[in-house]
Design a protein around this ligand. Structure first.
Ligand SMILES: *Cc1c(COP(=O)(O)O)cnc(C)c1O
Length: 355
């Protein structure tokens, strides 16, 4: 039995794996694999339609929001967004609170002026900056809701009249929030909503009116919308896995139900780690992520021993990102509470032995 704490691509519900494998052999009793199925068919169009409408339902989006499934991962959005909404005269504001946000800033600078309103780089991105001012004369304010590598999460939406853009790759659909406050949301699917290869994009129609024109078709959001996410061949299998995951989320009670489970997992793990001084939690309690918990040990030998133990017990993906070190435990929506319990039991045993 494996317990998969990978940061992404990451765990998905078991029933999603089962249904996805069935569809590889026989998709919807058509006698064809989903991998050989035409995307411009009523059967596949129904998949995209249902996935879009489940996103709208689960996120309670208003009628002004368009849902897209695009290629290229979140990293493509790092440049596609400024390509659409910036130019020499149109400035953007960015919050610099992690490795992914930094990459988004770097790309945006190629298209227009960027003002970094605050940064937590001074402490290796181990906290969320607070008390910063967002200028009112910018085209948008961009931030990352959950910093996958550093284990920080923004708990609350910044209060501003400026259009909000968020990279929600690693915590979308994990917590109830007013998604309608955003002009633009994007999320690579491989952390919380499906298989790698597709990106969930949500755009406010009024915000889209400010987009630049004369862009290559594949970079133009309006053309993707007009073609229902089928401007070219969409990542059919990845979209199908999203649909299965969205169905699963709805069945278990939607975002508010999963939020309760996510909070329980986070409480259990963080409170266990806090009990033992051999562990260090670099992120202050108010900024800790419920999706990616980061911790270290002061003794590198003990770290090595703990990693070996995790391996023996079937725990996958607990080694920290190379930029932070130590450990990172990812607990996305599909991670069952039971797996976190197994891990915290292991932590407790280990800490008792080595205290
Ligand atoms: C993983 C991740 C990305 C990068 O996603 P790709 O799909 O690999 O481009 C961007 N932002 C955040 C917050 C992530 O967690």
């Amino acid at each position: 039995m494996k317990h998969n704490f990978n940061a992404g691509p990451s765990i998905l519900p078991k029933e999603v794996f089962e249904e996805a494998s069935k569809a590889i052999l026989d998709f919807n009793n058509t006698g064809l694999s989903i991998l050989e199925f035409g995307h411009r068919t009523p059967t596949f169009e129904a998949v995209v339609e249902e996935a879009m409408s489940l996103v709208k339902e689960l996120m309670q989006l208003d009628v002004n929001k368009e849902v897209l499934f695009l290629h290229g991962g979140a990293s493509t959005q790092f440049f596609q967004i400024p390509m659409n909404f910036l130019n020499k005269e149109k400035k953007a504001a960015y919050l610099d609170c992690g490795v992914w946000g930094t990459k988004a800033i770097k790309e945006a600078k190629q298209f227009g002026p960027v003002e970094v309103v605050a940064s937590s780089k001074d402490k290796n991105y181990s906290y969320i900056p607070k008390g910063y001012q967002i200028p009112s004369d910018v085209a948008y304010f961009h931030y990352t809701t959950n910093n996958t590598i550093e284990g920080t999460q923004m708990h609350g939406i910044p209060d501003t009249d400026v259009p909000l853009i968020a990279d929600m790759s690693s915590d979308v659909l994990s917590t109830v929030m007013d998604f309608n406050k955003f002009s633009f949301i994007y999320a690579g699917a491989q952390k919380n909503i499906g298989a790698a290869g597709v990106n969930l994009v949500i755009i406010d129609k009024d915000f889209l009116k400010h987009a630049n024109t004369g862009l290559p078709s594949m970079m133009d959001y309006s053309q993707h919308i007009a073609n229902g996410s089928m401007l070219n061949t969409p990542p059919v299998f990845a979209i199908y896995v999203c649909l299965l995951t969205l169905r699963w989320l709805k069945k278990i009670g939607g975002v508010s139900a999963i939020q309760q489970i996510n909070e329980e997992k986070g409480r259990l793990l963080y409170s266990t780690l806090e009990k033992y001084p051999i562990f260090t939690l670099p992120v202050p309690a108010e900024d800790r992520s419920l999706m990616n918990a980061v911790f270290t040990m002061s003794d590198p030998q003990l770290e090595e021993m703990f990693l070996t133990l995790c391996k023996q017990e079937g725990m996958v993906g607990v080694k920290g990102h190379r930029s932070v070190g130590g450990f990172r435990v990812s607990m996305y929506n599909a991670m069952p509470l039971e797996s976190v319990k197994v891990l915290t039991d292991l932590i407790t045993d280990f800490a008792d032995k080595h205290a």
